[in-house]
Ligand binder design. Structure first.
Ligand code: GLT
Ligand code: MN
Ligand code: MN
Length: 388
C-alpha cells in the first residue's frame, strides 16, 4: 500500500478559478469569501500541487489600470517564487463579459471578434511571461440559442481564422507555446460548436499549423454528452494530441457539475487513470473542478486533496490490476493468438486478399466461445471495492 499524499513531482495542477470558486450558481449568491491569487498559490502549495493555471481575468481584473496590473503580477510572481509552484497553462476568459454574449471568435460582430483576438494576444503575453507552455481555448460562448442567427460554416471559418492568426502570432513572437482546444456540448450556450473532443480532433486537421494544436478533454464535458471519456482520451492520445487533461467528475446528462475527481463514477475514473498510467501520459493532470457549494475553506482543501488522493489511489489500483494473476490469466486467454492469421499482419497485398477469399470459417464455433467478461468485470469491481 502506497501513501496517497500528493507531491509536486506528480504534476497535479489546479486553476485559480477552481479552488478559488466562491460557490455562485445561477440560483444563488456566493457562499465563500474570495481568495486572492497569492492566497490560492499558498493553498495549493500546502496541499501538494505542482502548478497553478489561470484565465487572464482570474489574475488581473478586466478593468485593472496598468499600475494595478503590474502590482498583481509582481505579487503573483513572488508567491510562485516563495512556494515553488509553476504556471504550466494559461487561458483567456472569453465568456464572462457581456461583450461576448453572442460568442468571441465566432461572434457575428467583427468588432467583438477583433476584441477577442486582442484580449487573447494580451493574455498569451501574460501567460508566457509567467512560464506557461500551453494555452487552452474553451469557447464557452461559441455557439447559439437559435440557428437562425448564425451559419455554422461561417462560425467554423471564423474560429479557424482566429486560431490560424494566433498560431502565427505565437510563431512570430518566438514563443514556446502550444494550444489545446477544449470541447463542451452546451452550457452556457444552448449549443456550443465543436461539441466533443472527437469534433475538435477533426477540426485541428483543418488548421494552418496542426502540429501546434492539440486537445484538452474534460471528463465532465464528455459525460454531459453521455460519452465514454476514456475512449475520447484514447483517440486523442493515438493522434498525438493529448496536450492537457481536465479531470473532474459528473453524472451523465446533467449541467456542468465539475465535481471532485472520482466523486461520481469510480469505475470510469479507474479506467481513465489506468489508461493514462499505462500509456505513460506525462502532461499536466489538471483538476478543473470545485468544492460543493455547501462547503467552506476546510471543505475546499478537502476537495483539492481528495482529487489528488483519488487519482493516486486509482493509480495504485491500476498497478494491482496489472499484477493480479487471475485478471491477467483471463486477459491472456481473451487475447490469445495461435498465429493462424499472422500472415494478415503488415497490411494489404493482392495475394493476402486472394488467400483470405479461399479461407473457410466456422461461424458457430466462433460464436460459441464463452468470453467470461462477467468474471473479469466482477474481479475488477472487487479489486476497486478493496476486497482483493
Ligand atoms: C470554465 C470551464 C472550464 C474550462 C475553463 C478554461 S473555464 O471554468 O467550465 O471547463 O476549462 O477556460
Ligand atoms: Mn466543466
Ligand atoms: Mn475545463
Amino acid at each position: 500500500m502506497g501513501t496517497y499524499d500528493p507531491t509536486p513531482k506528480q504534476r497535479f495542477t489546479f486553476g485559480l478559478w477552481t479552488v478559488g470558486n466562491v460557490g455562485r450558481d445561477p440560483f444563488g449568491a456566493p457562499v465563500r469569501e474570495p481568495l486572492s491569487p497569492v492566497e490560492i498559490v499558498h493553498l495549493l502549495a500546502d496541499v501538494g500541487a505542482y502548478g497553478v493555471n489561470f484565465h487572464d481575468n482570474d489574475l488581473v481584473p478586466i478593468d485593472a489600470a496598468p499600475a494595478e496590473r503590474d502590482k498583481i503580477v509582481a505579487d503573483f510572481k513572488q508567491a510562485l517564487a516563495d512556494t515553488g509552484l509553476v504556471v504550466p497553462m494559461a487561458t483567456t476568459n472569453l465568456f464572462f463579459d457581456p461583450a461576448f454574449k453572442d460568442g468571441a471568435f465566432t461572434s457575428n460582430d467583427p468588432h467583438v471578434r477583433a476584441y477577442a483576438l486582442q484580449k487573447t494576444i494580451r493574455s498569451i503575453d501574460l501567460g508566457v511571461e509567467l512560464g506557461a507552455k500551453l494555452y487552452v481555448f474553451w469557447g464557452g460562448r461559441e455557439g447559439t440559442e437559435t440557428d437562425s442567427s448564425k451559419n455554422p460554416l461561417d462560425a467554423g471559418k471564423r474560429f479557424r481564422d482566429a486560431l490560424n492568426f494566433l498560431c502565427d502570432y505565437v510563431r512570430d513572437q518566438g514563443y514556446n507555446l502550444k494550444f489545446a482546444l477544449e470541447a463542451k456540448p452546451n452550457e452556457p450556450r444552448s449549443d456550443i460548436y465543436l461539441p466533443t473532443t472527437g469534433a475538435m480532433l477533426g477540426f485541428i486537421a483543418t488548421l494552418d499549423y496542426p502540429d501546434m494544436v492539440g486537445v484538452n478533454p474534460e471528463v465532465a464535458h464528455e459525460h454531459m454528452a453521455g460519452l465514454n471519456f476514456m475512449h475520447a482520451v484514447a483517440q486523442a492520445w493515438d493522434a498525438g494530441k493529448l496536450f492537457h487533461i481536465d479531470l473532474n467528475d459528473q453524472k451523465f446528462g446533467r449541467y456542468d457539475q465539475d465535481f471532485r475527481f472520482g466523486a461520481e463514477m469510480i469505475k470510469q475514473a479507474f479506467f481513465l487513470v489506468k489508461f493514462l498510467e499505462d500509456v505513460g501520459y506525462g502532461g499536466m493532470k489538471h483538476f478543473d473542478a470545485h468544492a460543493y457549494r455547501t462547503d467552506g475553506p476546510e471543505g475546499v482543501k478537502a476537495f483539492a486533496r481528495g482529487c489528488m488522493r483519488t487519482y493516486l489511489i486509482l493509480k495504485e489500483k491500476a498497478a494491482q490490476f496489472n499484477a493480479d494473476a487471475d485478471i491477467q490469466a483471463l486477459l491472456k486467454d481473451i487475447t490469445a493468438d495461435d498465429g493462424s492469421y499472422s500472415w494478415l499482419n503488415g497490411g494489404y497485398s493482392a495475394e493476402k486478399a486472394q488467400k483470405l477469399r479461399a479461407e473457410s470459417f466456422d461461424r458457430h464455433a466462433l460464436a460459441s466461445r464463452d468470453l467470461l467478461y462477467e468474471k473479469l468485470d466482477q474481479l475488477t469491481v472487487e479489486l476497486l471495492l478493496g476486497v482483493r
